[in-house]
Design a protein around this ligand. Structure first.
Ligand code: SF4
Length: 125
């Protein structure tokens, strides 16, 4: 079944509303893009939507109970739930360094989950 929908291009601040026709496998631009860069963006949104994942992971013995993390690459939308489930079941021991890989190959996506902050070990009085 062919579907028509608007995709807002986020490649530049103009934010063109690109009208596409897609059946999930094929895709056609109906119009709305002011330049060619929007075509690739609309194609990937229509056929293979992906999102950067930002969330946090539990830290044991840290100065903070959580560390913020992000995916190393945009995650395919259909894998977001599996990746979030793995993230939710993970705890890491302090110290954690910004840039440290916390989960390698999350949910078999080939995408890592990486710390975006440093959390030092909690000082004991
Ligand atoms: S289609 Fe081109 S002009 Fe329009 S938002 Fe995308 S990059 Fe910008």
């Amino acid at each position: 079944m062919t579907d028509e929908r608007n995709i807002t291009c986020i490649v530049c601040p103009i934010g063109c509303k690109i009208l596409v026709k897609t059946d999930g496998a094929q895709f056609e631009i109906v119009g709305g893009n002011k330049c060619k860069r929007g075509i690739e963006y609309a194609r990937s949104e229509a056929l293979d939507p992906r999102r950067m994942l930002t969330t946090s992971i539990l830290v044991n013995d840290g100065e903070w109970p959580l560390v913020s993390v992000k995916s190393s690459k945009p995650v395919p939308e259909e894998k977001l739930f599996s990746v979030l489930k793995e993230v939710g079941g993970t705890a890491v021991k302090a110290p954690v360094k910004s840039g440290q890989t916390i989960i390698k190959n999350a949910a078999n996506t080939g995408i890592d989950i990486v710390a975006t902050k440093t959390v030092l070990t909690k000082e004991v009085d």
